[in-house]
Design a protein around this ligand. Sequence first.
Ligand SMILES: [Zn+2]
Length: 161
Amino acid sequence: MSDRRCEWPDCGRLAGRGWDVHGQCYCGPHYFPGLEKAFLEDYARWQGAGEPTDKFKNLFSRYIERLYPLGGMPERLSQRRIEERAMGWKKTPVGLEFFIERHLPVYRWGGVVKTVNQEWRFGLLTKDLVLLAQQDAAPRKLGVIATVTRSAAPAHSGVSR
Ligand SMILES: [Zn+2]
């Protein structure tokens, strides 16, 4: 058991395991405010030109995870997907935008996966994720994937991958 104290001003309760925000420890009730503060500070530091840091992506995705408890993010996004796969980050006056490649199931050819690019917006004030656009990713390449998957299907019968 750690005897570190919550670093939220004037708290002093024991910090909990797993409520660590890049070296800052918090108690349960202060984990979310601590995370939000760290995210907003990193957001303010991010120039918005080019990729944010890995730390920023980690803070942002954990923050979002807390805003949508119990795995309730729209379109079944997850903390890990956002942290590891979001691209094209853009800082905007109201928050930020990013792209993410998704592999959605299509119920043809015995369970082929369709690749799409989703464009998302996060609003700092509204604290929500909004799907702005979704496009099929590289349709020609997708055709090749579909052909390969189809011819490979008998070898993996029943496995939808
Ligand atoms: Zn506390």
